[in-house]
Design a protein around this ligand. Structure first.
Ligand code: SF4
Ligand code: SF4
Length: 70
């Protein structure tokens, strides 16, 4: 389980992701792997989760957490 905390939020690479859009940015959403999915519409333009430190540290194995939630 990924902890929903400041430390992990700072590491989250979602803002650098091609699928991260204006809607998500305006809601300042982050750390979807520890939260519910976004209410924004998301086009699957790639997912950079596998390059994120939180991904490795928590042995994650999925992608597009913004669409599925934790
Ligand atoms: S969960 Fe994956 S696809 Fe969604 S914004 Fe973050 S890095 Fe991009
Ligand atoms: S694994 Fe994806 S959703 Fe989770 S912190 Fe990293 S970039 Fe964000």
């Amino acid at each position: 389980m990924v902890l929903d905390n400041k430390e992990n939020s700072v590491k989250c690479t979602c803002p650098n992701c091609p699928s991260y859009n204006e809607c998500m940015s305006q809601k300042t959403e982050l750390l979807y792997c520890a939260k519910e999915k976004t209410s924004c519409e998301v086009k699957s333009d790639g997912c950079v989760c596998p390059t994120c430190p939180v991904y490795a540290e928590n042995d994650l194995n999925r992608m597009y957490y913004c669409r599925t939630g934790k």
